[in-house]
Design a protein around this ligand. Structure first.
Ligand code: 6GU
Length: 224
């Protein structure tokens, strides 16, 4: 997979890809992530990428021309499966969408800022609009990092234990069951006996029951 991220704040997006699982995925060549500073595609001496909105009103709008230039440049180099625009009025990201996007080869992710982008960007270039929840962030960068994490960890070979993404919370519309590690008795609070029993069919059944119980209690909406 290759991900090209277009942003006015590339610095904000560097560190998530320089640590832990995402870093390792890049080092193993399972994914390439390229950051593009929108300002590099602006014309004129002032490197302008945003402007006031027609009709008046507070807040700046990202201009269509620099975004067109950047996307056109990328598209001249390879075919893209999706141009994803990160915006609070997009479709809310969930595990199903993450699974689907993780199967794509080349993605462009455009980070919104200020009041967003000129509507013509959305009409002309964007194939999918994604939000990460019903709250407003200062820009699409942190949301893009969330999306990238959600999809990259699903790529084959990224997680050490290949089965571990399959047992994630949400992967079967259930929350994950409780987990424990040593010590088996911490100041009198004990790990459930069944987990120490070595009876794996029974442990599996216990985990399924607990997952269902937890989902019923915390997220009954997932069971509908
Ligand atoms: Cl994708 N962008 C911004 N600016 N705020 C958000 C968001 C995206 N998703 C939730 N809030």
């Amino acid at each position: 997979m290759r991900i090209d991220i277009i942003t006015v704040l590339p610095e904000l997006l560097k560190s998530p890809f320089e640590a832990s699982i995402l870093k390792r995925a890049i080092e193993k060549n399972l994914v390439e992530v390229h950051l593009h500073n929108l300002r590099d595609y602006s014309s004129g001496n002032y490197k302008q990428v945003d402007d006031y909105q027609f009709g008046g009103g507070a807040g700046m709008v990202l201009m269509v021309e620099p975004i067109d230039k950047c996307i056109s440049q990328l598209k001249s180099e390879r075919d893209y499966d999706e141009v994803i625009y990160m915006t609070p009025d997009g479709d809310t990201l969930n595990q199903g969408t993450s699974n689907e996007i993780s199967l794509k080869k080349n993605l462009i992710i455009l980070c919104g800022h200020y009041k967003g982008v000129d509507q013509r960007v959305r009409d002309l270039f964007v194939t999918r609009e994604i939000s990460i929840g019903d709250y407003v962030l200062s820009g699409g960068e942190l949301a893009a990092a969330v999306l990238c994490d959600a999809i990259i960890r699903l790529l084959p070979g990224v997680l050490n234990d290949e089965t571990s993404a399959l047992t994630d919370t949400f992967q079967d519309n259930l929350l994950a069951p409780p987990v424990y590690t040593r010590p088996s008795n911490y100041k009198g609070t004990k790990v459930p006996d069944i987990l120490l029993s070595g009876d794996f069919p029974k442990i599996e059944k216990w985990r399924e029951e607990k997952a269902l119980e937890r989902t019923q209690e915390k997220r009954p909406d997932l069971l509908k």
